[in-house]
Ligand binder design. Structure first.
Ligand code: UDP
Length: 236
């Protein structure tokens, strides 16, 4: 397998074609953005930790029957994945109120939800990724009803598996964002699952060990990513 030209550069990753049309290489960068790109920075070695953490999480999920794009970790910053046509939705699952949900419905950050909340956001940077419901998704043809059902089921399965695993790491899975894509007609979980895309709080102290340290200028950003990797690598 040979890495060929770059086909996409996002905020935190680059995607390359390979000589196999079924496979892409994803390269994880240290760049960090927040607030729809308004805040920009770098987190030293974030790409290395996110690649490692995502690799462990994708392997855990596939062991639990959740289909992902992950094939294997290639190097410190590179992951081999199945090629996807991304479904233009961000699927957010929430167990504890935080961030935009806490603001929108007037809950204090840290309030446990009585059941997991799923949300869908339309992936459109120019619109600031607006929140959409089932009706919008169908009317805009963003996903078919069957696909939407599969996304919800896969997100809830991921939540269950990941919550249990992270509990063993002394981490609370507050909320997280997933992206999915089509590989042929199969829906696979794509993107990454890392402290960039999850809120992770220490179970006993509630200390934030995720990208909120960067978003909210809390300091100790690099240390938080490193600490999550330390715990994940010990529990895997
Ligand atoms: N999230 C993400 N990318 C986004 C928006 C949100 O990975 O573009 C994650 C975020 O890290 C958190 C969850 O989705 O774990 C819910 O985020 P929220 O809606 O609270 O938005 P925020 O306040 O983080 O912008």
């Amino acid at each position: 397998m040979r890495r060929l030209e770059q086909i996409y550069e996002g905020k935190a990753k680059r995607v390359y074609r390979t000589d196999d049309p079924q496979l892409y290489v994803v390269e994880y960068k240290d760049d960090a953005t927040a607030f729809n790109g308004l805040k920009k920075g770098q987190i030293a070695d974030k790409g290395i930790y996110n690649n490692r953490i995502s690799s462990v999480v994708f392997q855990l999920l596939s062991k639990h029957g959740i289909k992902t794009h992950f094939v294997k970790q290639l190097s410190d910053r590179e992951m081999l994945v199945k090629s996807l046509r991304i479904i233009p939705l961000e699927v957010v699952a929430r167990n504890i109120a935080a961030g935009s949900l806490a603001k929108r419905v007037g809950l204090e950050e840290g309030t446990p939800m009585s059941q997991t909340v799923l949300e869908f956001y339309y992936k459109r940077d120019d619109l600031g990724d607006p929140l959409v419901n089932d009706y919008h998704i169908r009317a805009l043809n963003l996903a078919t009803p069957q696909q939407l059902e599969a996304l919800a089921r896969m997100a809830l399965d991921t939540n269950r598996t990941l919550t249990d695993f992270l509990r063993r790491c002394g981490l609370l899975l507050v909320d997280f964002k997933l992206e999915f894509g089509l590989h042929g007609d199969e829906i696979l979980l794509g993107d990454e699952i890392s402290p960039d895309t999850c809120r992770l709080w220490d179970t006993t102290t509630q200390e934030k060990l995720d990208k909120d340290r960067f978003r909210r200028d809390l300091g100790g950003v690099e240390q938080a990513y490193q600490e999550v990797w330390r715990r994940v690598s010990e529990a895997k």
